[in-house]
Design a protein around this ligand. Structure first.
Ligand code: NAD
Length: 495
């Protein structure tokens, strides 16, 4: 097994990691910094610039110059070649990227390492799309006299804002379609996890990305993020994060009527029917919520189980949860890493208190994880609550931690109604061996993705996104590319 600790010691030394504007690596204009600490043990990894409105101005100006300058003359084939070169460099540096993510935001290495196929697939999918964008010739009311056609043009400068929970996939999901369509980007990573995104910019620069096409401004949301969302020089904002922040971004974008797409929160139902294959469903339903310590927008945090099998199924999910290995993500055997920050761990712990106070029973977990190796980090035990009602806060609110509420149900109509009774509509899981039941549920659930007898599948070619207050717009698939393009109609009088 690789000596990851030795590799980690060489990666970050506590020093400043500058941000990236117009091809230059620079500090914040204010000179201020944010500390990047390892959530597993609190060690200082590095500092990053605390960028603000002036830095956003400089980055947007650089992105505009690049959009109107040399980047606009790149042919689709050149953009494709660049994306393929980036994918190659990603593949070569994949382990370092994963290690950085694990140190900076805690995601277990076994999970990040396993994600490579998906992330490399994204880059290669966008490379393919770069040469497949085209308009149409459209018949009109004046045949032979007037010709009408459409061309697809890049929308312009894209402002991208991402959360902490998946820095690699989260940033590629924004930068990839921009490069495929010919847009330029100013990206603000989360203040909780910026280091890997800076590494991604370095890799892209080395692969030949022209100056100004991608700019990374590190900083706080209320500061750099708000400035980017409101900036009149930005043509489109793509945002992933909480619903409350998404609402404020949508408001800020009205100034110059930016296009907006929002990937927001969720309270996703997982429905286990009485005819489910229980042996297969238990681990998948458990990891639907516990993967990445529950810090996943699609976390299946409401576990609806048919009453006939409820007690047995939930007992087995609780047993599975109790056996998950909690630890530092750098240990390749770790299944549950830390929560990103003390503040977020306190928030999750608040639900561990609220659940029993509202009448729920702890079936496993229910507290902070302790142990010699855990005490300096922010660890929460995987927790299963029983005796939950739909009205309890643990069953209604997004917890963004390793906490699931088990809820029995009697009929399909009833479970559809209860599963849909949430402001969110991001994802849902169904476990059934009956084709008709699975189909019925998949069609009636109000969610952007429904997985049957599986969970978590995300692919670059398949659209992903939310309904209701989980947002609008899609990532992945042709739908995503559409969001980075404008359509122009061209009329030609042949008389
Ligand atoms: P958050 O909304 O607090 O922050 C997300 C990003 O927005 C960060 O970069 C932050 O700095 C920035 N930000 C904060 N306030 C801002 C403002 N006023 N203007 C502009 N930018 C601002 O979310 P978080 O706590 O980092 O992430 C957790 C949330 O993200 C959860 O609700 C989760 O469900 C959601 N999420 C959704 C998806 C998805 O694809 N739907 C994926 C991951 C996370």
């Amino acid at each position: 097994m690789k000596d990851w600790k030795a590799c980690a010691a060489k990666l970050y030394d506590g020093g400043l990691r500058p941000m990236f504007i117009d091809g230059e690596w620079c500090p914040a204009r204010s000179g201020e910094v944010i500390e990047a600490r390892n959530p597993a043990d609190g060690t200082l990894l590095a500092t990053v610039p605390k960028g603000g409105a002036a830095d956003i101005d400089a980055a947007v100006a650089a992105a505009r110059r690049a959009f109107e300058g040399p980047w606009s003359r790149f042919t689709p084939f050149e953009r494709q070649a660049l994306l393929l070169r980036i994918a190659e460099r990603f593949e070569a540096e994949w382990e370092t990227l994963c290690l950085s993510d694990t140190l900076d935001m805690g995601m277990p290495l076994q999970r990040t390492l396993a994600n490579s196929r998906r992330v490399l697939g994204m880059l290669r999918y966008y490379a393919g799309q770069a040469v497949a964008i085209h308009g149409q010739t459209i018949p009109n009311s004046f045949p032979g006299e007037i010709y009408s056609s459409t061309v697809r043009e890049p929308v312009g400068v894209v402002g991208a804002i991402i959360p902490w929970n998946a820095p690699i996939a989260g940033s590629i999901w924004k930068i990839g379609p921009a490069l495929a369509t010919g847009c330029t980007v100013v990206l603000k990573p989360s203040e909780e996890a910026s280091l890997t995104v800076l590494m991604i910019a370095r890799i892209m620069q080395e692969a030949g990305l022209p100056d100004g096409v991608l700019n990374i401004v590190t900083g706080l949301g209320a500061d750099a993020g708000a400035a980017l969302a409101a900036h009149p020089g930005v043509d489109k904002v793509v945002f992933t994060g909480s619903t409350a922040t998404g609402q404020s971004i949508a408001r800020a974008a009205t100034g110059n009527l930016k296009r907006v797409s929002l990937e927001l929160g969720g309270k996703s139902p997982v429905i286990v029917c009485r005819d489910a294959d229980i042996d297969k469903a238990v681990p998948v339903a458990a990891m639907a919520v516990f993967a990445n310590s529950g810090q996943v927008c699609i976390a299946g945090s409401r576990l609806f189980v048919a009453r006939e099998i409820h007690d047995e199924f939930v007992r087995r999910v609780a047993e599975f949860a109790a056996n998950l290995r909690i630890g530092h993500g750098i240990d390749e055997t770790t299944e549950i890493g830390p929560i990103i920050s003390a503040r977020q761990a306190d928030r999750v712990a608040g639900y561990l208190t609220a659940g029993p106070a509202e009448g729920a029973r702890v079936l496993t977990g229910g507290g902070r994880a302790k142990g010699a190796n855990l005490d300096n980090g922010h660890f929460i035990q995987p927790t299963v609550f029983g005796g939950v009602t739909d009205q309890m806060s643990i069953a209604r609110e997004e917890i963004f931690g390793p906490v699931v509420s088990a809820l029995p149900f009697d009929t399909i109509d009833e479970v559809v109604e209860r599963a849909n009774a949430t402001p969110y509509g991001l994802a849902a899981g169904v476990f059934s061996t009956h084709l008709g039941t699975a189909h019925k549920l998949a069609h009636r659930l109000k969610a952007g993705s429904v997985w049957v007898n599986m969970y978590h599948a995300i692919d670059p070619a398949v659209p992903f996104g939310g309904m209701k207050m989980s947002g609008y717009g899609r990532e992945g698939g042709i739908e995503q590319l559409e969001g980075y393009l404008d359509t122009k109609a061209i009329w030609i009088n042949a008389d």
